[in-house]
Write a protein that binds this ligand. Structure first.
Ligand SMILES: NCc1[nH]cc(CCC(=O)O)c1CC(=O)O
Length: 313
């Protein structure tokens, strides 16, 4: 059991080294400090370089495999080099390795995508044939579905790199999560937030999850008061949807849940990567039934898609 109050043995928070990842780690630290009245010295931020960070010259789908941004971090967690790991939930596989659990989510940020462009105000205003940069299979497919005339180019790298590519004219526009921009204090680069009805966000977009060793009761107690219940309920429905679809990195999938009082509504969408076909559906019910609704909606979309849908991936 980790003694998190001992200043000689600080709690080690593992994270990737990008500005966004560090901002998320600081947010977690601030919330735990406030909940337990602990000083910053009780924590140590440990930066871990992942495969996804090392390989920046190829599309993610070519490097392949799940957990590109998480494997090395989970290894450090298992080995005891860190006590907790801070993740963007949208990058997390739906199942954690044996001995690991994510049962703490911070309050979700704005889950919408942002349209980002130095010169153009929105998707609708993009001129015919315009070049748009994105490495997200989901965003590429959604855009191609809606605007088959546009030309899509790969856009890897962190937020700063992508904005530089826009400045250099590599593309006229790109998409970034509002949540990331907000946490980086860069909301000004968002020309317009995109309504989820227009571009359904990625499952768990905007949510930060904290992973720990499942047998570490001290850490479980430490994290309990910073868990956000509503975020947990929404993300549970979305991730059940994703899990049933067996969302590989090759499948464009979107899912977004909202709460209204005691009710939860879930929208989901799957697309062919080239945007030639999109299937969407919705469920509404009691919050506790969120995960079952997610599985059920996934079943419906799989049935409607039929065998052929995923053949051309
Ligand atoms: N795939 C990279 C990634 N993972 C999480 C975020 C944004 C923050 C979030 O969704 O919580 C981003 C960048 C982006 O999509 O713009």
């Amino acid at each position: 059991m980790t003694n998190f109050a001992d200043p000689d043995r600080p709690l080690k928070i593992g994270t990737r080294g990008s500005k966004l990842a560090l901002a998320q780690a600081y947010e977690l630290r601030a919330r735990v400090m406030a909940a337990h009245d602990l000083p910053a010295e009780a924590f140590e931020i440990v930066v871990i370089r992942t495969t996804g960070d090392r390989v920046t010259d190829r599309p993610l789908k070519e490097i392949g495999g799940k957990g590109l941004f998480t494997k090395e971090i989970e290894e450090a967690l298992a080995a005891g080099g860190i006590d907790i790991a801070v993740h963007s939930m949208k990058d997390m596989p739906t199942v954690q390795p044996d001995g690991m659990v994510i049962d703490c989510l911070l309050p979700r940020e704005d889950a919408r995508d942002a349209f980002v462009s130095p010169h153009v105000g929105s998707i609708a205003e993009l001129p015919e044939g315009a070049v748009v940069g994105s490495s997200s299979l989901r965003r590429r497919a959604q855009l191609a579905h809606r605007r088959p005339d546009l030309r899509l180019v790969e856009f890897r790298g962190n937020v700063q790199t992508r904005l530089q590519k826009l400045e250099d004219g590599v593309a006229v526009a790109t998409f970034l999560a509002m949540a990331g921009l907000s946490r980086l204090d860069m909301l000004h680069v968002a020309r317009s937030p995109i309504d989820p009805a227009e571009m359904l966000p990625a499952v768990a977009q905007g949510a930060i999850g904290i992973e720990r060793r499942s047998d570490d009761d001290g850490i479980a107690a430490l994290l309990r008061p910073v868990n956000d219940v509503e975020t947990t309920q929404r993300v549970a429905a979305e991730r059940a949807f994703l899990a049933r679809l067996d969302g590989s990195c090759q499948t464009p999938i979107a899912g977004y849940a909202e709460l209204q009082g005691t009710r939860l509504s879930l929208r989901g969408e799957i697309l062919r990567p080239d945007g030639s076909q999109a299937l969407a559906g919705m469920r509404e019910g009691e919050i506790a039934d969120g995960p079952a609704m997610g599985r059920d909606l996934a079943e419906e979309l799989l049935t409607r898609a039929g065998q052929g849908f995923f053949d051309h991936l």
